[in-house]
Structure formats: C-alpha cells, structure tokens
Design a protein around this ligand. Structure first.
Ligand code: TXA
Ligand code: MG
Length: 316
C-alpha cells in the first residue's frame, strides 16, 4: 500500500492552513502547494516559494458544489452539468468570481478557476480546513510537476510548512481548464478529462488564443513549462540522436540501439499520462545528454499528453 496521510496529519495540516501557512497535498492529478484561498498573504507565499510570476492565476480547490457556488458571481447551468458529471475530478471551471477572492489568487482577473479534486486526502483536507484552498502544482516555476511526495520534497524541500503524502497520483497530468466566462466554452489547458467528453455535454469548445501580455489566462501557455532540465526531443520511433548519452521513452515494443537506456511507457493514453511525469523525473536525474520521447499517437485521448510533451520539448 502506498503511504496515505492519517486523519491526525490531515487535521494538523488543516490547522496550519487556517493560520496562513502552506501545505503540500496529493490530488489525483499532481501534488498541490496549498494555502487558504481567502488569505491574500498566505497566497502571496505560494508565489514566493514557487518563484511564479504574479501574472499567473492559481486554481481554487473546493470540497463541494455548494462551496464552488459561494465563490462565484453566477453558477451557470453548464457549470452545474459539468460539475455534476465530472466532479470530483480533473476539471477546472473558470467563472466570474466574487469579490471575497483576493486579486492575487486570480492575477487580477475578474474570473476564478475552481476544481473539486477526487483524491480522498485532498477532499478531507479542504473539509477539515473549512476554507477553499488555492493550489498550483507543488513545484518551482517551469519545473516538472510532482506526482509523488518524493518529487515534492526534492523540489520544495523545507520551503513549505507541511507535506501530506497520499501516494502516487493516479491521473498524473494536470486538470483540464475550461472557461465558462463567455457564452461559448473555451479550453485553456487540455488535461485529465479529454475535450471530446466535455463536448458531449456542452457542445463545441473553442481554443484559447495565446495571451497578448498582461495576466496569463493559462500559464500552461508559457512556451517553456513542464520541462525537465535535460534537452528533450520528440522523435519518430527509433530516430535517436547519434551523439551523446541518452535515454529513450517509448510506448512501442520495437528494438532499440544497443547502449541506449529505455523507459517502457504504457500504450494506453490514461496509463501513459499517469506514468509520464515520473518517467521524466527519472530520466532527468540520470545525467543524460538528451531524453528522446517517441511521439505518442494523435487522437482526443492523447491531447493532454501531446500538449505537455510539446511544451517540454521547446528547450531543444
Ligand atoms: O490538476 C491541477 O489543476 C493541479 C492540481 C494541484 O489541482 N493544479 C495546477 O495548478 O495545475 P497550476 O497553477 O499549475 O495551473 C493553473 C491553471 C493554469 O493554466 C491557469 O492559468 C488556470 O489554471 N487558471 C487558474 N485560474 C484561472 C482564471 N481565472 N482564468 C483562466 N485560467 C485560470
Ligand atoms: Mg503547474
């Protein structure tokens, strides 16, 4: 059994959150770096610890639809339909916010991203704290997201007040961010729930335009994001660089040149997503000159994985 935080640990973390401290906690997508979302000073510490520019809004985590409704100016029918179907789960809904949410949480935007996470430790923590939790992924800005408590320890070390361990994240890739602030839903970030599943419920979804300065509606839009330190190349199967020492992440079962280390990835999209960040963390620790990743297939279920790999590969 993977380690899972006890209720005594969750209570202690909840007390810390209520007094303005920072707690890292597991969600089903990635680990979050959490603070009381209604406490502007506590949220400011999140930005300081991550080294994240204050133009990037932070997701607010809730434990119920009622808690979500209490934070927004209006709760449209589409939000209700999506939340009833996909919450708790890896879907963030962007809606017009109420003034109680400090500007620092939303980077000055009039909207807030809300999500009810499915991990039992996350839900228990929000309930015990009794407040919504602002939480970006628990890594330094532009680093790979953490999907185990060990990843969090290595990235943030002693800069957080408390760490709750909930084992490895089951979804393994960040939530889908969907804006409902305009008449037509807009996809800000592909993620744990694929676009085609959402479209069945709400009709056609538009793609977000790249931000033109000012607040980033989605920091995932920064070109270099979710990146390992090692040069990452997206390649066709077996087309590996001839120079240097490398590691190859592949989902096929083809033979690989002698001397190249490999990480065998799952062939199914959600299993691949669940394994991706841990594989990249491991590859990045190996002192390689390059990480080659066999480009995964196209198709709606691969959209989030393709997105993260394309961003990680921009440091070529
Ligand atoms: O799965 C996840 O979403 C994880 C876990 C911890 O819940 N969190 C996460 O947070 O990935 P972060 O801060 O790394 O990414 C937040 C995403 C960004 O794409 C951000 O721009 C978008 O949510 N977002 C948050 N508030 C927004 C808003 N008001 N308008 C538009 N996008 C928003
Ligand atoms: Mg992040």
């Amino acid at each position: 059994m993977p380690p899972t935080a006890t209720s005594a640990e969750i209570d202690r973390a909840a007390r810390l959150l209520r007094t303005g401290r920072l707690v890292t906690f597991p969600t089903e997508t990635v680990y979050g770096l959490g603070a009381n979302a209604l406490d502007a000073e506590a949220v400011a510490r999140i930005f300081a610890v991550k080294g994240r520019p204050n133009t990037s809004p932070v997701i607010v985590h809730v434990a119920s639809i009622e808690m979500a409704e209490s934070l927004v100016a209006a709760w449209p029918k589409t939000a209700d339909r999506l939340a009833n179907k996909f919450w708790p789960g890896p879907l963030t809904l962007v809606l017009a916010k109420r003034p109680e949410i400090p500007d620092i949480v939303t980077a000055g935007l009039p909207t807030v991203g809300l999500r009810m996470p499915a991990h039992p430790v996350a839900l228990a923590l929000i309930r015990a704290a009794g407040v919504p939790l602002a939480a970006p992924s628990a890594n330094r800005f532009t680093e790979l997201s953490p999907t185990t408590a060990e990843h969090v320890r290595r990235s943030l070390g002693n800069d957080v007040d408390y760490l709750l361990d909930g084992g490895p994240c089951q979804v393994g890739i960040e939530s889908t961010v969907l804006s409902l602030a305009e008449p037509q839903p807009v996809l800000f970030r592909p993620g744990g729930i694929s676009r085609d599943k959402l479209e069945l419920l709400v009709g056609p979804i538009a793609f977000a335009a790249a931000p033109a300065g000012g607040a980033h509606p989605a920091p995932g839009m920064h070109a270099r994001h979710y990146s390992p330190r090692t040069r990452l190349l997206l390649v066709r199967d077996g087309e590996l660089p001839s120079e240097g020492k490398g590691i190859y992440l592949k989902h096929t079962h083809s033979a690989v040149r002698v001397g190249v280390e490999t990480i065998q990835m799952p062939t199914e999209a959600s299993a691949y997503a669940a394994a991706l960040y841990d594989a990249l963390h491991r590859a990045d620790e190996g002192n390689f000159d390059w990480i080659a990743v066999n480009t995964p297939p196209d198709g709606p279920e691969w959209e989030a994985v393709q997105d993260r790999l394309r961003r990680a590969a921009t440091n070529q």
